[in-house]
Design a protein around this ligand. Structure first.
Ligand SMILES: Cc1cc2nc3c(=O)[nH]c(=O)nc-3n(C[C@H](O)[C@H](O)[C@H](O)COP(=O)(O)OP(=O)(O)OC[C@H]3O[C@@H](n4cnc5c(N)ncnc54)[C@H](O)[C@@H]3O)c2cc1C
Length: 393
């Protein structure tokens, strides 16, 4: 019988797992390494219809909807600005939301605290010990905590994953760096609820224009992830000017940027397969188990889905090992399919001139045959987790 879960990480998977466990009648405490919520850190996140449906199952969608901006349309275009494809959210599902990453984290943590689930900040896990009945987390500040299970929701560079399987692969660099953020809109026309994804001539560019602000991002090829840290903001601004010189409207948006807007580039990374998800009383969830590059637009949504399936399994399956196995079997194939799909998107982002011409010719044809919204997004967005029905092994 599980009474108390130690949840390591207060990002997305951690708070959602803790809330789902509470619904399942299991007490949880969240341990976050930072001293407080990640206010102001990070760029944009998309929460897809499947992620919102999962949050609804634990009554947490409203708090996210209150801070998100609806983005029901996705437009693919080429470097001239010509629309190649437009997808609208499938009917009958919650609308895709665009969120400031830090506001999403804050909202989920606030909701966790409102539900009287304890969150301890400044607790960086450095290791754990387990025996037949308990598991103890050790923190960098010298303290420790003991519970029935330990859930590693500590992100793409998970310390829990490294302890579970010292041979676990490190994050894989996709060959792309991501730059982006929000800037004030000086008067460019509103995108009308669309997120635009543009195959630029020399780099991929995304944007969404609201009345007050513009969300933008660019994925530029790089030889090494270390370039993200070793170059100055002025360098990155000149890279963006050069890469998007022939792209409409990317060059107009890049012209609005200041060095401070490009100060935080980050490598796009993933891990195609995390071999070990659980051992004994310890298990991984979210990016710790299935880190996908941001190109999937599904990192947050998959973290939420996994959180619910894990809590459900711990509620219904009588043994810890059995619960973890049921959870892994419910999740592994789906999340690895998402990671692989994002990896294919990343290859398309770095297309050369010939591939570009073929793509521009083929995409409108494909749209009428294989690239229907149902085929492209049906498997992703219509996925439902029946949280209240029992897990059968
Ligand atoms: C800095 C950053 C920026 C990102 N920006 C984007 C973006 O713009 N768009 C997008 O689609 N995706 C982005 N992502 C990815 C996306 O946020 C993830 O897919 C999603 O957040 C997965 O949720 P998670 O809870 O599993 O991991 P995370 O959100 O990474 O949360 C992990 C949490 O664990 C904490 N933690 C880490 N190590 C320890 C430890 N040893 N002990 C205790 N706590 C620990 C971290 O501080 C963090 O709060 C970003 C991720 C990061 C880390």
């Amino acid at each position: 019988m599980i009474e108390h879960a130690l949840v390591i990480g207060g990002g997305i998977a951690g708070p959602v797992t803790a809330m789902a466990l509470q619904r399942a009648g299991i007490r949880a405490t969240v341990y976050e390494s930072h001293a407080g919520a990640a206010d102001g850190i990070g760029g944009a996140l998309t929460l897809a219809p499947n992620g919102r449906n999962a949050l609804r199952r634990i009554g947490a969608d409203d708090v996210v909807a209150a801070i998100g901006e609806p983005r029901p349309h996705m437009v693919m275009q080429n470097h001239t600005g010509r629309e190649l494809a437009r997808f609208t959210d499938l009917p009958g599902l919650p609308t895709t939301l665009l969120l400031h990453r830090s506001r999403l984290y804050r909202a989920l943590l606030d909701e966790t605290l409102r539900r009287e689930i304890p969150v301890e900040f400044g607790k960086r896990l450095v290791g754990f010990d387990q025996d037949a009945d308990t598991v103890t987390a050790r923190f960098a500040d010298g303290t420790a905590a003991t519970g029935d299970v330990l859930i590693g929701a500590d992100g793409i560079r998970s310390a829990v994953r490294g302890e579970l399987d010292p041979a676990a692969p490190a994050p894989r660099f996709t060959g792309l760096l991501g730059l982006g953020g929000w800037i004030a809109n000086p008067g460019l026309p509103n995108s009308g609820g669309a997120q635009h994804f543009a195959f630029g001539k020399r780099a991929f560019f995304g944007y969404s224009i609201a009345d007050d602000d513009i969300l933008w991002f660019s994925n530029v090829p790089a030889a090494s992830p270390d370039e993200a840290l070793s170059r100055s903001p002025e360098h990155w601004l000149s890279v963006l000017h050069e890469r998007h010189a022939d792209d409409v409207p990317a060059r107009d948006i890049v012209a609005l940027l200041q060095p401070a807007d490009v100060a935080q580039p980050g490598p796009l990374e993933d891990i195609p397969t995390v071999r070990v998800w659980h051992r004994g009383r310890v298990v991984l969830v979210g990016d710790a188990a299935h880190p996908t590059s941001p190109s999937s637009g599904q990192g947050a949504s998959q973290a939420v889905e996994s959180a619910l399936e894990l809590a459900r399994a711990l509620r219904d399956v009588p043994t810890v090992e059995g619960a973890f196995a049921a959870y892994e079997s419910a999740r592994r194939a789906r999340v690895e399919k998402v990671i692989a799909a994002a990896a294919r998107v990343n290859s398309g982002k770095a297309a050369g001139p010939v591939a570009r011409i073929v793509r521009d010719l083929m995409m409108p044809v494909a749209l009428k045959t294989v690239m229907t919204p149902e085929r492209m997004f049906g498997w992703l967005h219509t996925h439902q987790i029946d949280f209240d029905s029992p897990v059968t092994v």
